[in-house]
Design a protein around this ligand. Structure first.
Ligand code: ADP
Ligand code: MG
Length: 699
């Protein structure tokens, strides 16, 4: 199928037009003028000839094998056109016509029809509402964009046609080479996942680039992307991140963007490199275009200018890169060949009057130095600097090593030609040292991802016990909130530890239970309907005597009756009071694109204000759980600030993985909170839990 799309022997352009203002003209014109070598069949019911080619009034009249149809007729004629194509044996179509989902209810209806035809006829469809498709290797430009991409090793898919055009133009202007270009349009059939799958195997593609606004199938996306990123870098730009952005995305291509945190997690978990903007997308692609990956993250900076060297060093530190030191042997072998005021530490500063030979002295040794994984060469074009020869030296050294060499030739006029030469030799150059360092960081991160061993996440269904029956019983009563006690029963099967507890129905019972459990005790209102117990005066801590327990019972029930008169109250739960530890929150939420996610953050009253939390998509492995903990800004508090002993983060890891198993075992869970989980020096105890089940109508 992808062969019909990318390498068709023959293309029918349906809706080919004589009017240069029409899309149907532009596409045929592009196919002709960029010399698509296969057969072209323009289909036009009124004109006998378009652009010098004989036309056919309809597809059925072509009577030859046609591999690909490019359809540019008005939206309302598209369904019947597709059926004609199917009857003529055409297996793949690109629909560039607009006027579908993005255009309102009637367009939506038409698009549904297109989808149906695609499924019924087994015909694969790109679009509708797309710009078309380019394959540079067979000179096929089936788009209505102006100009043709240079040949190269990047593949690109774009959900936005307008952005696609801009990127095309940029690539042409900067002579950046592409293997293939896809405009996804409304993704009614083929979507980003199909192209990730295809490009990961495509021998003409080294780097997969894309712009997406949403993802059609979160789970499939994750599994395809995880496989692709182990083979070649996948760099994606995703919009719809901020609230305003998400609205813009839905009014734009009619896309409903998944939530930002879910995408953040999805990209992390599948090794996708996320571009922060269009510029970053290309900077990152440029970094990988050198086709060399560092073995590790030890970066050496060589510079002829102090300031830019320091900026590069600062950036490295900020990004968490290791500024390596040259080995003793290297230093000894080059010290005598450099001026005495040169600095041999990292950044290696060979001084403003550095000759090309001086660069060569350091570079030739640095590429052999076992302490160095990659090199950034900074050059500022002072009058005495031999820019051209330095570029030549860098090119030669780079050829002699498999370590990435990245340059930052700063300036414009005096460096332009040399940058051109560097580019011809696949050496990524960046105008600013910060961007060069960031580029190296992307490379070393990608190496780290590639070196990660897949970690099996194993669930143990024995933990489920009678959980399904219990949950179904709640649902059949029309209840969706499991209170503390019920939640704790399910959670404890998965290894969560709760304080001892017992339900009191009278104040005398409360006193007796408290005495049995031991003072100090904690008492909480027991009602599945109350989500925030403290807010209704439903929690009493530090109860020290029988008398206090009796009073607490009366006070708690009175508080709740006053504030929530209609609420059903089971009684008051008496708990053993737990010694303090670090309070964290772990929980489960449901994302409509990616499914269940696990959340982690420091607990307490500010958790919603600070938003210092991390998410991962289920299933979450132990390694990912550790990275969730490392990801939050206040992570240092767990390590122990101001003389505190560090908290048992492995107990949190355990909790996260257990929650992930629960979410897998019970798809019906919509939300779950353990807040707080108290983490001690050794172990953790959960003090509060709630589970919210999906409402049937939401399923
Ligand atoms: N058994 C306990 N031992 C010690 N502290 C507790 C205990 N149970 C609750 N707490 C403290 O009281 C706070 C509120 O209790 P919680 O059950 O979380 O009620 P809420 O419904 O208001 O979240 C907890 O965040 C925790 O600090
Ligand atoms: Mg709580």
């Amino acid at each position: 199928m992808f062969d019909a799309l990318f390498n068709p022997q023959s293309v029918a352009v349906i809706g080919a037009s004589r009017d240069p203002g029409k899309v149907g003209y532009a596409i045929l014109n592009n196919l002709l003028s960029f010399r698509y070598p296969g057969q072209l069949y323009p289909v036009n019911s009124s004109a006998a000839e378009v652009l010098g080619l004989k036309t056919f009034p309809r597809v059925s009249e072509i009577r030859k094998d046609v591999d690909l149809a490019v359809i540019a007729v008005p939206a309302r004629f598209v369904p019947e056109t597709l059926i004609d194509c199917a009857h003529a044996g055409i297996r793949a179509a690109v629909i560039v016509s607009a006027g579908f989902r993005e255009a309102g209810p009637e367009g939506m209806r038409l698009e549904q029809e297109v989808k149906k035809i695609s499924a019924q006829q087994g015909m694969r469809i790109l679009g509708p509402n797309c710009l078309g498709i380019i394959n540079t290797s067979n000179s096929m430009n089936a788009t209505f964009a102006a100009g043709m991409l240079p040949r190269g090793r990047f593949a690109f898919f774009s959900q936005s046609g307008a952005l696609g055009i801009a990127i095309l133009d940029w690539a042409i202007g900067n002579e950046v080479g592409f293997s293939k270009f896809i405009s996804l349009g409304n993704k009614t059939d083929l979507n980003e996942i199909d192209f990730i799958d295809y490009f990961m195997q495509d021998p003409e593609t080294d780097i997969i680039l894309g712009y997406i606004e949403d993802v059609v199938d979160g789970k499939r996306f994750l599994s395809s992307a995880s496989r692709a990123t182990k083979i070649k870098p996948v760099i994606l730009l995703k919009s719809g991140g901020t609230e305003a952005g998400a609205r813009a995305a839905s009014s734009h291509t009619g896309a409903l963007a998944g939530s930002e945190v879910a995408f953040h997690a999805a990209f992390l978990q599948s090794g996708i490199i996320r571009a922060q903007g269009i510029e970053d997308l290309f900077d990152t692609a440029l970094a990988f275009s050198g086709r060399k990956l560092p073995r590790g993250d030890r970066l050496l900076i060589i510079t002829n200018a102090g300031g830019p060297g320091i900026i590069a060093a600062d950036t490295s530190e900020r990004l968490g890169l290791r500024l390596t030191q040259l080995s003793k042997e290297t230093i000894e072998s080059i010290a005598g060949l450099l001026p005495p005021n040169a600095s041999l530490y990292n950044p290696v500063d060979i001084i403003g009057d550095a000759t090309a030979e001086r660069y060569a002295v350091v570079l030739n040794k640095a590429i052999l130095d076992p302490n160095v994984d990659g090199i950034i060469v900074i050059l500022t074009p002072q009058a005495m600097v031999d820019v051209e020869n330095t570029a030549g030296i860098i090119i030669n050294t780079s050829k002699a090593t498999d370590k990435p060499v990245i340059t930052s030739f700063m300036g414009e006029m005096r460096v332009r030609q040399s940058i051109e030469k560097l580019k011809e030799n696949s050496i990524p150059n960046f105008s600013y040292p910060e961007t060069a360092v960031k580029a190296f960081k992307r490379l070393s991160d990608y190496t780290a991802w590639r070196n990660l061993e897949d970690e099996e996440v194993t669930a143990d269904p024995r933990h489920k016990g009678d959980g399904d029956e219990r949950i179904n019983a709640f649902l059949s009563e029309g209840r969706h909130h499991l209170g503390e006690d019920e939640s704790m029963t399910i959670l404890s099967r998965y290894g969560f530890i709760f304080p001892r507890r017992e339900l009191a129905r009278t104040s005398r019972e409360a006193a007796a239970i408290a005495a049995r459990i031991g003072f100090p005790a904690v008492m909480k209102i027991a009602s599945p309907d109350i989500l925030h117990k403290t807010e209704v005066g439903g929690v009493k801590l530090n109860i020290r005597t029988r008398k206090e327990a009796e009073d607490a019972f009366t006070e708690i029930t009175a508080n709740v009756k006053r504030l929530m008169p209609d609420t059903f109250i089971n009684g008051v739960m008496v708990y053993e009071m737990v010694k303090t530890g670090r309070e964290v929150i772990i929980g489960v939420t449901f994302d409509r694109t990616f499914g269940h996610m696990i959340m982690f953050g420091l607990g307490g009253i500010y958790v919603e204000v600070l938003k210092d939390v991390s998410f991962r998509i289920v299933p979450v492995s132990r390694r990912e759980a550790r990275s969730m903990i490392a990801e939050i800004r206040t992570n240092a508090l767990l390590k122990g600030a101001r003389g505190e002993k560090p908290a048992d983060t492995e107990a949190i890891v355990e909790g996260i993985v257990n929650l992930s198993n629960i979410a897998t075992d019970f798809p019906v869970i919509h939300e779950l909170d353990i807040n707080p989980l108290v983490v001690m020096e050794k172990g953790a105890v959960a003090l509060d839990a709630r589970i919210i089940l999906e409402r049937p109508e939401a399923a």
